[in-house]
Design a protein around this ligand. Structure first.
Ligand code: CU
Length: 352
């Protein structure tokens, strides 16, 4: 038996150490995706429910565990005890008490929960700016219909204003989650789920798909850039402009390749103002260079990262449609040469 005991002790120790480490490192408000570091009314109201339930649970836990410990100690088997203790069956007042008290507790939890459920689902201002978000494997499309803005993976919103969100999906079920702004809501094909949020702080907030949606689900993220009304209006104006035209031989070569049937990029991507790039299978690229991040928020928008993506998309986002259906990736005879990749990257990075 000593081996079993030693093993048991070892595993208990590891479990305890793991739990303590998880508690120490997991419970911080400063993580970019912490739902406890709230910046708006929706996430605040949801975090409040969490705290109410957690503290209520803590009180119940401490009382029941203390009683358990006390009785275990008090009625432990003592020297000289050799018969079973007295057996008791049924106690009406106790049973009523332990039915009524939890019921009251549940009612106490239900009231703020239902309140917050309505507050956070029903927008306080149905006429506020509405953003249509469409989930795609594995990126987010953002439409602001009343302003005519279409963009991908990086949503700008004005600070301190209600933003209404309509959620849809082009393929499988995704889930829309910006932890500091609001709890997650599913994006279901042909089912317009709605939510709203408001940010009371300027900054860049992390978002993420929160419903397993295939191989690269964990790489399906986005950013919400919260800025002043003036900055937001300026952003909208820039987004509405057509793409800049190529200005030197390299970007011209990249442009021509992008629009060629050899490379076929135009078939899946939109570059407004161009002759033929109006595909909607991939993210729209009209102002690609103005974004802070590429590939649904997983990488900084740098030349090197873009080159790596165009060279081998599958190495970065396994299973993505670009490498699965783009002929330059499926047909070895059509593979892009290094100078071609450089030209494409130069063109895309000129699209301010
Ligand atoms: Cu997803």
């Amino acid at each position: 038996m000593p081996t079993i005991n030693r093993q048991f002790a070892k595993y208990s120790f590891l479990l305890l150490a793991g739990t303590i480490l998880a508690l120490i490192f997991g419970c911080t408000n400063h993580h970019p995706q912490s739902p406890f570091d709230t910046v708006g009314p929706v996430s605040e109201s949801q975090a409040l429910i969490f705290y109410i339930i957690m503290y209520a649970g803590l009180v119940v836990f401490v009382i029941t565990m203390s009683l358990l410990a006390y009785f275990t100690f008090k009625y432990r088997k003592k020297d000289g005890d050799d018969s079973d203790p007295e057996q008791v069956h049924g106690n009406s007042s106790l049973e009523i008490a332990w039915t009524v008290i939890p019921a009251l507790l549940l009612i106490a939890v239900a009231v703020p929960t239902i309140n917050s459920l309505f507050d956070t689902t029903v927008s306080p201002d149905p006429d506020a700016l509405t953003v249509k978000v469409t989930g795609n494997q594995w990126w987010f499309r953002f439409d602001i219909p009343e302003l005519g803005v279409v963009t991908a993976n990086e949503l700008h919103i004005p600070v301190g204003e209600v933003i209404n969100i309509q959620l849809d999906s082009k393929d499988v079920i995704h889930s829309f989650w910006v932890p500091k702004l609001a709890g997650k809501v599913d994006m279901i094909p042909n089912n317009d789920n709605t939510m709203w949020f408001q940010s009371n702080e300027e900054g860049v907030f992390y978002g993420q798909c929160a419903e397993f949606c295939g191989e690269s689900h964990a790489l399906m993220r986005f950013r919400v850039v919260v800025e002043s009304r003036e900055e937001f209006d300026a952003w909208v104006e820039r987004q509405l402009a057509d793409a800049v035209k190529p200005s030197d031989p390299l970007t011209q070569q990249g442009h021509d390749l992008f629009m060629s049937s050899d490379a076929g990029c135009y078939a899946c991507h939109t570059i407004r103002g161009s002759q033929k790039a109006y595909g909607e299978v991939g993210p729209e690229l009209t102002h690609f260079a103005s974004r802070l991040h590429i590939l649904s928020g997983i990488q900084d928008n740098t030349h090197e990262n873009l080159i790596a993506w165009i060279t081998d998309p599958d190495a970065i986002k396994p299973g993505n449609i670009m490498s699965k259906n783009g002929s330059v990736y499926t047909d070895p005879d059509k593979a892009l040469s290094d100078p071609e990749i450089t030209a494409l990257a130069a063109y895309l990075r000129s699209l301010e």
